[in-house]
Design a protein around this ligand. Structure first.
Ligand code: GLN
Length: 488
């Protein structure tokens, strides 16, 4: 059995037919991890005993002849900013190095009800801030396709784990591209649902108005299976909503499909080979009968600047709770003595945050604090919110005439370690095609679209708000066409 290719559906069928046991499957993945994760470093921690125990439980049910759910016994990896009760949850930050989650995130609770098996927590850029996992407090993850290159970020560990064959699927989080960009760099599928489709309860917050949890998988169908399992209204997240989502298995007529191609996404900065790749998929879709429409998203040029105002503002507010008193790491070792009253407490805050946070996190907290300070709030934050509104309107307007938007996921393929670390702005540009989606709240998915120079290329499809199922249906059609194209 090829663990690298194994999908949820295939695993479920093998297990139902009793061609393999859950225990064997889980052991298979764990032994792959032990053999190969020394080089890749996709995982920050493993939960071997719990995973084997959970797998045995499902085996017992099968032995009794009971019907099992689609996700029962399927081994999964989880980004280490999502809480699993009783296990370490670090967000790849030294400040949370020994933090034990006191409860399950809602997505975890839902997946546990389906008896999925969690085998470990994956690496990320500290607090999900970055595009390469180089900002992890515990060392970077390597791209399984080429160990000299980054896997993307911030959900780099999750994407690498799926690609390397360490699990059947993984969960990630996406604030500005963190599911789609690593999926693109590693050659797997990454889906960011509509804002509000999936509960954020138990996700360590980065920027609350942008964060969403979503799946990283090998196929679109698997992404749909996970989405169906984790979505829905949750009393513990007031931004989550109830919807009538529709049926993923309903067939889609490609001849009725109107695909928008935004001209702003095919200009300077895009690797010409990626452009060629994406355009050849577009012409294949056209040949199959889809209608291709050139569209404009006129405020795209301001998306990155807007994101880098709104996101750090929310980061600085969300991260105030890590002060050395409430959670994790604490710098309380300063000798007592001649400090006036009150100063010592401030010292604890300052030193804890200086020692506990990495450089990128500190940079964003400082930026955000500045943006929100009196006198600058109107000039920066308020203006950025207005531009955000315009970006959202661009999408609303475009979707009056089309079903889906097609773009590259990233302007380049996976870059080498260190290539962008000295220049944060060049790192931020890796998200140029993904951040608008979070600002507008719309759903988007990245699909593997062949290779350029031996490295995976990602194709992004963007859907209308809460049209997640239709987006996934379209993505499945595009996936089939890309696969056929690569074989001819
Ligand atoms: N790379 C982007 C950033 O650094 C996106 C991060 C994310 O989506 N969590 O902000």
């Amino acid at each position: 059995m090829n663990l690298k290719e194994l999908t949820i559906k295939q695993a479920h069928e093998l297990l139902e037919k009793r061609e393999i046991t859950f225990l064997e499957l889980t052991q298979g993945f764990l032994s792959e991890i032990k053999k190969k994760d020394k080089d890749i470093h996709a995982f920050l921690s493993l939960s071997e005993d719990e995973a084997l125990e959970a797998a045995k439980k499902v085996d017992d049910r099968i032995a009794k002849g009971e019907q099992i759910e689609m996700l029962a016994g399927i081994p999964a990896a989880v980004k280490d900013n999502i809480l699993i009760r009783g296990g370490k949850t670090t967000a790849a930050s030294k400040i949370l190095e020994n933090y034990i989650a006191p409860y399950d995130a809602t997505v975890i609770k839902k997946l546990k009800e389906e008896e999925t098996v969690f085998i470990g927590k994956t690496n990320l850029d500290e607090f999900a801030m970055g595009s390469s996992t180089e900002n992890s407090g515990f060392g970077p993850t390597k791209n399984p396709v080429d160990l000299e290159r980054v896997p993307g970020g911030s959900s780099g560990g999750s994407a690498a784990a799926v690609k390397a064959g360490f699990c059947v699927y993984a969960l990630g989080s996406d604030t500005g591209g963190s599911i789609r960009q690593p999926a693109s760099f590693c050659g797997v599928v990454g889906f960011k649902p509509t804002y509000g489709a999936v509960s954020r309860h138990g996700l360590i917050a980065m920027a609350s108005s942008l964060d969403q949890i979503g799946p990283i998988t090998k196929t679109v169908e698997d992404a749909a299976i996970i989405f169906e399992a984790i979505r829905g209204k949750d009393e513990l997240d007031s931004t989550s909503v109830h919807r009538d989502w529709g049926d993923f298995t309903k067939p889609l007529d490609i001849e009725e499909l109107k695909i928008g191609v935004p001209r702003e996404y095919f200009t300077h900065g895009l690797d010409p080979e990626i452009e060629k790749n994406i355009k050849s998929v577009i012409s294949k879709l056209e040949k199959e009968g889809a209608k291709i429409v050139e569209i404009s998203l006129p405020h795209s040029d301001w998306a990155l600047a807007t994101y880098y105002i709104i996101m750090p503002a929310e980061v600085s507010a969300n991260l105030t709770r890590f002060d050395g008193i409430k959670y994790g790491y604490s710098e309380i070792s300063r000798p007592t003595g001649d400090h006036p009253k009150g100063e010592k407490l401030l010292d604890i805050y300052l030193k804890t945050r200086q020692e506990g946070f990495g450089a990128e996190v500190r940079r964003r907290i400082m930026l955000g604090t500045y943006i929100l300070s009196a006198g600058y709030y109107d000039a920066y934050y308020k203006r950025a919110q207005k531009v955000r509104r315009l970006i959202k309107k661009d999408f609303d307007f475009a979707f009056e005439n089309i079903d889906v938007i097609l773009t590259p996921t990233t302007p380049s393929t996976a870059f080498k370690f260190g290539e962008k670390t000295s220049d944060p702005l060049s790192m931020y540009l890796a998200d140029i095609y993904t951040v608008s989606v979070n600002l507008a709240g719309v759903p988007a998915i990245s699909l593997p679209s062949g290779e350029v120079g031996g490295l995976p290329v990602g194709l992004q499809l963007i859907g209308k708000n809460f049209d997640d199922i239709k987006l996934l249906q379209i993505a499945k059609t595009v996936e089939t066409i890309i696969k056929e194209k690569n074989h001819t």
